[in-house]
Design a binder for this molecule. Structure first.
Ligand code: HEM
Length: 302
């Protein structure tokens, strides 16, 4: 106990704060409880359905769960990127954590696939247009932390970007293809809304990550450990193939009726756009063989 009091004295004296005031404050304050610490009451006020369909609550909560998992991914990625030395073990540990969050995101997608009444979903979603998960900026921010922007540019246009210009390159980024209104051929309201809110942030992130992204960090490692290599390959696969396929199968389950594809809330040519084979988005191309790259989206890794 004396040691503890001495340490408290040392700490607060060094801060120029009277240790007795700190100790009195401790005596006066209420003991912590779960509900205040976790902010349960606030958390449970954040679901605001637009309709009276009971399953819309599931739809909102599950999207919020995804955002929290992506916040965890972001939290780990920031630490990798901000590290001052390249420590393969640390990177493999962080990427391993990210892979666990992503596995949760992938396996829990059954909450969407199986978890809502088909007719109810197809009715309440009409009230949600033009909002779409496409507008989840967290995915875009993470992608830019993971890889060079050029790897996110549509493959057929990469050669036209010989110098780095984030604003120009983002005009040719793969996700622009989701924002073409199938009927008018113009930028959809979904994409216009998204760019109005986030494009300047996305440009800033692309510029900040130019030489700091994970691909840049790991590409310079001369002899990569198998642990790190496998963790990175798995990350690329879950982000860019496995989760996208689970998501696409869910979209097909709800949006294909009697063999006919129906319009999504965001109005994209979604069945073509969402397939990893079409997007050919990958974070660490140098870790895949020529055959694997050719076959992207059509093979599984465990
Ligand atoms: C019943 C459930 C879902 C369906 C039917 C569905 C459908 C779609 C469709 C059709 C698109 C293409 C854009 C558009 O036209 O709107 C899309 C994009 C997207 N959705 Fe979902 N979605 C569902 C759940 C989710 C969930 C839970 C998330 C998690 C945040 C999510 C995240 C995304 C993302 C990130 C994109 C853009 C994908 C990309 O650019 O590769 N979706 N979704």
């Amino acid at each position: 106990m004396d040691d503890l009091i001495n340490s408290i004295n040392e700490k607060y004296n060094a801060l120029g704060h009277d240790p007795n005031v700190f100790l009195k404050g401790l005596l006066l304050s209420k003991p912590l409880n779960y509900w205040d610490y976790i902010q349960v009451d606030t958390l449970l006020t954040l679901q605001k359905p637009k309709t009276d369909f009971a399953d819309e609550y599931i739809f909102i909560v599950y999207h919020q769960i995804t955002e929290l998992l992506l916040a965890l991914v972001n939290h780990e990625m920031k630490q990798v990127i901000e590290a001052t030395t390249i420590d393969q073990e640390m990177i493999a540990e962080k990427v391993g954590r990210i892979n666990r969050y992503m596995e949760v995101m992938d396996s829990s997608f059954a909450v969407m696939f199986r978890g809502m009444n088909w007719d109810d979903y197809n009715t309440f979603r009409i009230a949600l247009a033009p909002a779409s998960g496409f507008q989840a900026v967290s995915f875009r921010m993470i992608e830019l932390m993971c890889t060079d922007l050029i790897n996110l540019v549509k493959p057929n246009l990469r050669a036209t970007h010989s110098t780095f210009d984030a604003e120009k390159m983002l005009k040719d980024v793969y996700w622009q293809d989701a924002g073409m209104d199938r009927k008018t051929g113009k930028k959809s309201l979904m994409l216009r809304q998204f760019e109005e809110k986030y494009l300047s942030q996305i440009i800033a992130q692309a510029e900040a990550m130019k030489r700091k992204n994970l691909q840049c960090i790991v590409q310079n490692i001369s002899s990569m450990t198998d642990d790190l290599k496998n963790a990175l390959r798995k990350m690329d696969y879950i982000f860019n193939v496995k989760w996208p396929l689970s998501h696409l199968r869910t979209a097909e389950h709800y949006l294909i009726s009697k063999g006919q594809k129906t319009a999504s809330t965001g109005m994209s040519d979604w069945q073509k756009y969402l397939h990893p084979n079409y997007q050919r988005r990958m974070f660490f191309p140098f870790l895949w063989s020529e055959n694997e790259l050719k076959d992207w989206g059509n093979f599984e890794i465990v």
